[in-house]
Design a protein around this ligand. Sequence first.
Ligand SMILES: [Zn+2]
Ligand SMILES: [Zn+2]
Ligand SMILES: [Zn+2]
Length: 81
Amino acid sequence: MSKCKFCGSGSFGSCSYSPHGKHEHVSIGNKCMYCGSSSFGSCSYSPSGKHKHEPGNVKCCFCGSSSYGSCSYSTSGKHEH
Ligand SMILES: [Zn+2]
Ligand SMILES: [Zn+2]
Ligand SMILES: [Zn+2]
């Protein structure tokens, strides 16, 4: 089971130890770092409002696409890998 990198909790949502106020999980696999969902798009647990998967993957962490360029799910407007 993954844990919040700021407080070690296994839950999602508000985190009083986090700089952005939300639990952020590491080593969660192909899932949103903020809520544990495998989907993409709007996320109510994310500080940016978007699901974000762990970076360092071949796929975009906001939409799961393996392409580069403009991304409608990304907070920066670009796919991020
Ligand atoms: Zn936390
Ligand atoms: Zn999410
Ligand atoms: Zn993308």
